[in-house]
Design a protein around this ligand. Structure first.
Ligand SMILES: C[S@@+](CC[C@H](N)C(=O)[O-])C[C@H]1O[C@@H](n2cnc3c(N)ncnc32)[C@H](O)[C@@H]1O
Length: 301
């Protein structure tokens, strides 16, 4: 398949990368708890992009009937085998196909989709969820509950160390939100630039124009993108089960020496599902000192 076609349909993650997802304790615990909280034996469930089938298995173990779709044929056969070896073949039916134009044979109560790449780049979460929701409503007259409910996107200026054994290499990188990264210091509070409510959202350009005030003198050389998804909310207590995708740290082409009290304006726009480079290339930084000299930054390849 050509790169352009892959970019159009989604990101297909080969089997050997699924170990990372299966052994990511924060991801697995959050999704397992949310699925177990919602699903009952009366539920019919769909999963979009089911990979190894693990999230479908959580719903099936709660007694639900599950229909899943996965694009990557190698994963379809592997997951059918895993589902069978876990004794769940009678509960989970896996189809090969593109989730943007797939529907299960019956209406479902819940649809699960975890294509939550950082900043909603690369993977097609919003494309597949909105297409499924709209097609399900048109065909069955009812919209399913969606897991996750919502995703919140934020951005924050940071100072990231790019020294690798004495070699300076400002590359894009990912960080766990669940541990403090010793080599990355926040320079200002994060700002939310987009909230996606999957019951209503459609694919659109995300456009941000945010301002950061600095409390202390700071050397800003990168932006940290924060992606937090609300998987489910308890109707009575209002308590939520959340999951943070990995932080994405994008380097700027130069460092900005910001003084306490100064303001930095950050602008960018991109469409969900686009490559990381698209966002990196779109970043524009303005400081009071540089108003005449608007720097446009592009990714250091
Ligand atoms: C992040 S993985 C999650 C896999 C699994 N749901 C889990 O939680 O372990 C996303 C999966 O969606 C599949 N995928 C991506 N785009 C797709 C599409 N348009 N249609 C069907 N599957 C897709 C990928 O191949 C990958 O297996």
């Amino acid at each position: 398949m050509l790169n352009a076609e892959i970019n159009e349909i989604g990101q297909f993650i080969p089997l050997h990368y699924h170990y990372q997802m299966l052994s990511d304790a924060s991801r697995m615990t959050a999704f397992k708890s949310a699925i177990e909280k919602i699903v009952t034996p009366k539920h019919r469930v769909a999963e979009l992009g089911s990979g190894t089938g693990v999230l479908s298995s959580f719903a099936a173990k709660k007694g639900a009937q599950v229909w899943s779709v996965e694009f990557n044929p190698a994963l379809v056969s592997a997951s059918r085998r895993f589902i069978s070896e876990n004794g769940l073949s009678h509960k989970v039916h896996i189809s090969q196909g593109d989730a943007t134009n797939w529907l299960p044979p019956e209406p479902v109560d819940l649809v699960i989709c975890e294509m939550l790449h950082s900043a909603l780049l690369r993977e097609k979460q919003l494309h597949v969820v909105s297409a499924f929701r709209d097609a399900h409503l048109a065909r069955f007259g009812v919209a399913p509950r969606i897991l996750p409910n919502a995703t919140l996107l934020g951005v924050q200026p940071v100072n990231q160390c790019y020294d690798f054994n004495g070699y300076f290499a400002p590359v894009p990188l990912f960080q766990s939100p669940y541990y403090t990264a010793e080599d990355c210091s926040p320079c200002s509070d994060p700002v939310v630039y987009k909230v996606i409510d999957y019951d209503n959202a459609h694919v659109e350009t995300f456009e941000a124009e945010v301002a950061f005030q600095f409390k202390n003198d700071s050397n800003v050389n990168a932006l940290r993108f924060i992606t937090k998804s609300l998987l489910t909310m308890d109707a009575y207590t209002g308590q939520t089960i959340d999951w943070h995708s990995q932080y994405l740290i994008l380097p700027l082409c130069k460092a900005f020496e910001m003084k306490a009290g100064q303001e930095m304006r950050v602008k960018f726009k991109y469409r969900p599902g686009e490559p990381i480079e698209t966002l990196n290339n779109a970043i524009v930084i303005e400081t009071a000192e540089q108003k005449q000299d608007k720097d446009k930054f592009s990714m250091i390849a």
